[in-house]
Ligand binder design. Structure first.
Ligand code: BEZ
Length: 251
């Protein structure tokens, strides 16, 4: 999937604004070597650097890394795969915000994170957890099927694991999970009635592969109307986010 880095910076700032809370969980110490896994356009990477850490941001998307380098030329960034990255020197901490639900091979990602951490190092993550955006996904599938696009309705873009299953996988990969929480966070969408369309355009484009533009707009409008009773409160739209946060230590 090709990312629109400009739209991401302008319209989806909540992704990294909420990430600032996750930074508190990271609790960076001056001089620590930190990897920001899936750094997007680099906002949180730069925040980590401002805490006097030696930080590198990696992202699978060349468009995101190009924008990150423009935004923060003083920070180290590189294009790399979350399930296949290797650094010569291990890290004190690996941090990841709102990214790991995109990863296809979680076992490979955990093995990679483990290999690239110092002994005693920590993996600190927030990602979508079980039930994340379930209303939005179900509404999208329902309207796609109504329009005869059952193949598109089967699109699977994300994995939103439960707390038990994911911490179990972390433990199987040698981590000791010292903190884990799975909570609801109603997340505001910008642009009023256009918010759902903007979100789907930014993150859910593959659901609409091969659908003519005018019909796509119509489908997105119908998804929006289906979600209105659950998503719109006094004109403000919210998505049904459910977050999984954890700290896992390399033993
Ligand atoms: C999330 O942060 O939960 C998320 C973002 C984009 C697509 C799917 C989920």
């Amino acid at each position: 999937m090709k990312w629109n880095a400009e739209l991401y910076d302008q319209k989806h700032a909540f992704v990294f604004q909420y990430g600032e809370n996750v930074l508190e969980l990271l609790d960076v110490q001056p001089g620590e070597r930190v990897l920001d896994l899936g750094c997007g356009t680099g906002y949180l990477t730069q925040q980590i650097k401002s805490l006097d850490a030696d930080v590198t941001g990696i992202d699978f998307s060349p468009e995101m890394i190009e924008q990150a380098k423009i935004n923060y030329p003083e920070v180290n960034f590189a294009v790399a795969d979350a399930s296949d990255f290797h650094f010569d020197k291990p890290f004190d901490a690996i941090f990841s915000n709102a990214v790991l639900h995109w990863v296809k091979d979680h076992d490979a990602m955990m093995k990679c994170a483990y290999e690239n951490l110092k002994s005693g190092g920590r993996l600190v993550v927030e990602m979508g957890g079980k039930g994340n955006t379930a209303l939005l996904i179900n509404a999208t599938k329902k309207i796609l099927i109504k329009h005869g696009y059952s193949k598109q309705a089967e699109t699977k873009l994300w994995r939103f694991p439960g707390l038990g299953e994911y911490t179990h996988e972390l433990e199987n990969n040698g981590f000791r999970v010292t903190f884990a929480v799975h909570f609801d966070r109603k997340t505001p969408l910008q642009d009023g009635d256009q918010g759902v369309t903007k979100w789907l355009t930014m993150f859910g484009e593959p659901y609409f592969a091969g659908i003519p533009e005018a019909e796509k707009q119509q489908i997105m409008n119908e998804i929006t109307e289906l979600l209105r009773p659950d998503y719109c409160e006094h004109g403000q739209w919210f998505a049904d986010y459910k977050r999984l946060r954890f700290i896992a230590i390399k033993e």
